[in-house]
Design a protein around this ligand. Structure first.
Ligand code: ATP
Ligand code: MG
Length: 134
């Protein structure tokens, strides 16, 4: 059994996709064990995406992630890190496979509806950053 961190990003929350996204997650056999709707503080978003701090899109990414409510969730299941990344689809929704969350619900590379941890190490780090918010 494994855990991963999922974020339903502000674009998907504003567009009313929370329930549709969570139905797809549960339909794929993944369990949502914690869920909290909140607006991220700037310092939390900066720490969360620290690996991208030198990239040209970093300030845009942090502004977007703090622009409105997100839903922060911990997902659980066998091999859930890889399985949830597959369900999310490619970072750029134009490259995402049909039926994936980003193909269905994302509008652009910058505003791409959902986040998921990309490794066991990232999942542990990200859950540690978010765990006192629940
Ligand atoms: P996430 O970490 O949000 O799950 P990801 O792991 O698929 O996404 P990363 O490479 O970690 O992709 O990028 C983090 C986020 O930064 C992306 O989800 C996207 O919103 C944004 N991003 C990545 N590359 C670009 C880019 N070239 N231009 C603008 N935004 C970008
Ligand atoms: Mg990432």
């Amino acid at each position: 059994m494994e855990n991963t961190l999922c974020i339903i990003k502000p674009d998907a929350v504003k567009n009313g996709h929370i329930e549709d996204i969570n139905k797809k997650i549960e339909a794929s056999g993944i369990e949502i064990i914690k869920s909290k709707r909140l607006t991220l503080q700037k310092d939390t978003a900066e720490e969360f995406y620290a690996e991208h701090s030198e990239r040209p899109f970093f300030s845009e990414l942090v502004d977007f992630m703090t622009s409105g409510d997100c839903v922060i969730q911990i997902l659980q299941g066998d091999d859930v890190i890889a399985r949830y990344r597959e369900l999310m689809g490619a970072t750029n929704p134009n490259e995402a496979v049909d039926g994936t969350l980003r193909k269905l619900f994302a509008s652009s590379l910058g505003e791409n509806a959902v986040h998921g941890s990309d490794s066991k190490q990232s999942a542990e780090r990200e859950i540690a950053i978010m765990k006192n918010l629940f």
